[in-house]
Structure formats: structure tokens, C-alpha cells
Design a protein around this ligand. Structure first.
Ligand SMILES: Nc1ncnc2c1ncn2[C@@H]1O[C@H](COP(=O)(O)OP(=O)(O)OP(=O)(O)O)[C@@H](O)[C@H]1O
Ligand SMILES: [Mg+2]
Length: 227
């Protein structure tokens, strides 16, 4: 299990219309590994996440997540279920909902869906996760009113509650003050071990990447390079 590739990308080209962003890119994420990705603004870091999440179709190349390839709607759905996603900050901040509901939404399609309402079990899971990310005292607070660091914890909680083995985090520390950055870095280290996650993190900050990752790659000219 230890050396199994959970995400494997070979010879990927991708972009938007005629604008090629990723070119002949290769990537292997191994089971239990925390991989950091650095790169300048516009290098294509978020685009790479969209490919792994199945939100953008490759122009060329092969992507597999836990051995599955995104050939049909069904395999794409199966792949997506294996991945928790913490988007660049601000996205969850716009939601006029309380912390509890924001995290519960992460369970959509996993614990409940169109045909089943959240049960006591789902609610217990939310409480457990809120405790784990250190925000249980804000359980019923509106997400809009939280600080950046607290919103990031909600976002991490929402990804964790999917109980997916792979976690993608886009700039988890970037827009936070120093204190919150240190807290989020510690939190990521803890949840990583506890949930045996395989992680990919994007960050502009080399120090943060060093602190959180086992290995760091640089996205440049459409490809990933060893630093
Ligand atoms: N939906 C889109 N349609 C057209 N072009 C896009 C789209 N999304 C991104 N791009 C372009 O693709 C390139 C890569 O964008 P991407 O968001 O992947 O960069 P990034 O490395 O995540 O940058 P940042 O560090 O600023 O978040 C940029 O030139 C961007 O303008
Ligand atoms: Mg980005």
C-alpha cells in the first residue's frame, strides 16, 4: 500500500481554448505523501487541480485517481468521491450559512443526498470534525462573520467530512495572518497523519511548503520540475 500511486498523470496537456497552460506534465502522488506545488501567478496550479478533480478535460495525456480514469460520468463520480478539496480562500466566506451547515454540505452525496436527509449520525460527524479542526465553539455562527483563519478551518472541515483519502488544498495559508498560518500548518500536519491522507498543497510561500510537505515541485512552463 505504502508506495502505491494514488494520483498519476502522464504527458498531460491542458488549457482553455487555444491557451495552453499545462504541457507534457507528469505527476505521481504516492499513498500517504504530502506534495507541495509552488509556482508563479498564472503558472497553472489551480488548473492542475481542476484536471485532478475532473472539472476540466485534458487536451492530451492520461489522468488516473486510485487506478480509475475519467472516461465516463460514472468513473468521474467515483474519482471525485475519493477527493476532498479546499479551494482558495473567499469561496466559503460568501455563504450566508452557519458553520454547522457549511460543514454538513461537504457530506452531500456521501452521507445524505436528494433522497436522504442528514441523520443523527451525520450531525455527530459534523460535531466531531468541528472539534477536530478547532472551531466547535463557533458551531452556529454565520460563516461570513468568521475570521480568515476560522473560515479556512471550516473549509478544511468541509473537505474532511467527505472521508476521502486524497486532499487537495489551494493556498491554504496564503491570505491569513501569521498566527493563523501557523495554526493551519499544524492542523494540516495533524489531520494528515490521523486520516492517513495523501495530500497536494499549492502555496506561494516556500517556507509554508517546506513546513507542510515531504516533497516540493515547481510548476513552470507548463510542467512540474524538481526544485
Ligand atoms: N476559466 C478560464 N478561462 C480562460 N483562461 C483561464 C481560466 N482559468 C484560468 N485561466 C488562465 O490560465 C492560466 C493559469 O491559471 P491558474 O488559475 O491555473 O493559475 P495559478 O497558477 O493557479 O495562479 P494563481 O497563483 O494566481 O492562483 C492563467 O493565464 C489564467 O488566466
Ligand atoms: Mg490559483
Amino acid at each position: 500500500m505504502t508506495h502505491q500511486a494514488v494520483v498519476e498523470i502522464k504527458n498531460l496537456s491542458a488549457g482553455y481554448g487555444h491557451h495552453q497552460v499545462l504541457q507534457q506534465l507528469d505527476l505521481t502522488l504516492r499513498h500517504g505523501e504530502a506534495l507541495g506545488i509552488a509556482g508563479q501567478n498564472g503558472a497553472g496550479k489551480t488548473t492542475l487541480f481542476k484536471i485532478i478533480l475532473g472539472l476540466l478535460k485534458p487536451q492530451k495525456g492520461r489522468v488516473s485517481v486510485l487506478g480509475k480514469t475519467p472516461d465516463s460520468a460514472q468513473t468521474r463520480r467515483l474519482m471525485r468521491r475519493q477527493i476532498g478539496y479546499v479551494p482558495q480562500l473567499q469561496t466559503p466566506g460568501k455563504m450566508p450559512v452557519c458553520v454547522h451547515d457549511a460543514v454538513m454540505m461537504g457530506r452531500w452525496g456521501k452521507g445524505f443526498g436528494f433522497f436522504r436527509r442528514p441523520t443523527e449520525d451525520d450531525r455527530r460527524k459534523v460535531s466531531e470534525i468541528l472539534h477536530e479542526v478547532g472551531i466547535s465553539h463557533k458551531h452556529w455562527q454565520e460563516v461570513n462573520l468568521l475570521s480568515g483563519g476560522e473560515q479556512q478551518k471550516v473549509s478544511i472541515g468541509r473537505a474532511l467530512i467527505r472521508e476521502a483519502p486524497i486532499l487537495l488544498m489551494d493556498e491554504p495559508t496564503t491570505y491569513l495572518d501569521h498566527g493563523s498560518q501557523a495554526e493551519i500548518i499544524e492542523l494540516i500536519k495533524t489531520i494528515r497523519l490521523k486520516h492517513e491522507l495523501s495530500l497536494i498543497m499549492i502555496s506561494h510561500d516556500p517556507e509554508h511548503l517546506e513546513a507542510m510537505s515531504d516533497r516540493i515541485l515547481l510548476l513552470k512552463n507548463g510542467r512540474l520540475e524538481e526544485r
